[in-house]
Design a protein around this ligand. Sequence first.
Ligand code: SF4
Ligand code: FE
Length: 483
Amino acid sequence: MALMTGKEYVESIRKMNMQVYMFGEKVENPVDHPILRPSLNSVRMTYDLAQMPEYENLMTATSPFTGGKVNRFTHIHMSTEDLKNKVKMQRLCGQKTAACFQRCVGMDAFNAVYSTTYECDQSHGTKYHENFVKFLKYAQENDLTVDGAMTDPKGDRSRAPHAQEDPDLFLRVVERREDGIVVRGAKAHQTGIINSHEVIVMPTIAMGEDDKDYAVSFAVPVDTEGIFMIIGRQSCDTRKLEEGSLDVGNPEFGGVEALTVFDDVFVPNDRIFLNGEYEYAGVMVERFAGYHRQSYGGCKVGVGDVLIGAAAVAADYNGCPKASHIKDKIIEMQHLNETLYCCGIACSTEGTKTASGNYIIDLLLANVCKQNITRFPYEIARLAEDIAGGLMVTAPAEKDFRDPKMGPVIEKYFKGRADVSTENRLKIMRLIENLTLGTAAVGYRTESMHGAGSPQAQRIMISRQGNLAMKKALAKAIAHVEE
Ligand code: SF4
Ligand code: FE
């Protein structure tokens, strides 16, 4: 089975025995839970779109490993064309879900681990690349969703992993056995973990010799014994438990994050991709982060397209689409959004081949991409709120709208243009609220800030990659400075 349908995907997740906790209880059926289901629907979209002939080029690729057609989310990028198509696919998925569709972390982990294991094997004589390619083929042949887990809780940020008071604050190997390793620790903010079949764990920072036990990478099924997840709350999440869907804003799609705990989890030898070769921890981090910073130049742009559209519809419904300041604000939103897309495409076009044969983005440009993402979506959201007006946060509940006594009052006083229903106007207001302040604000706003690394992480990379010495030399040459 090279490609699953969306329906098959949902059923495959239903069969898993994951340990998921939320609101102080174990969730026995995460797949049908009203708070969690929208996040599953977003991943499902990555399967549904791959079935549509019009999106075949973007959503699928030919795997050099299986020789068959695979979902691009499981693909190893073999050219700059592949890198560009990845960004375009992510924009499309963002447009279709207006949420985080979660499957990119695995794709970014695949590509980072692929080249890093190759280089580690070259210098250490290890067999990690072989292990990884075997896992990759399995994921491609079964069209799996794979989570990429990088972020450790990190405890006291001034201390290295081995120097923490609590040694579990970075995930580590606690036992080395003949047949594998046992790991303990946690990964925080795990996007899409409950909607994934497998998880690839990677280290979170560059490490030294004392951190050997923390320099570990591997893949296991998400329902492996010892793994459990505690779902992160989102603003307005319990609205999804209420009757009706008007107040949710985006009734069908959403994202999800969870604290994922590895409580003495066994990893068999053939699933290990790094085990003590600490010099490669930093390489893996830098590459994964680079790919994921590229990713944001696609997914956030797609969600931005929906938000820009919503703001324009709100203006239409208010009867003021021709007001010059409204037109100008919408132009500004588009300018910002397309600038982000330019960054995603540019770092892809400038990609290069690694020693292992896959392609990596230009790291400087990918970091610039993400640095802009920490800012522009906030400005786009600000302009959308400006255009929408206060109603996006003061509109009465759907229950009032459906009430025989209150309903007609709301209908009358919250009407905009006479030919537009108040209900449609409220729907658009709630969508803007959802994207800027509600459940999807995790994905569009705060994740734009902190996902794939906080702004300072990109600034460090920019300072490393920016080649300031060359720029100084240029200035001196132009000014005829002689030293
Ligand atoms: Fe994909 Fe964007 Fe979600 Fe990351 S934040 S998993 S790139 S949709
Ligand atoms: Fe993310």
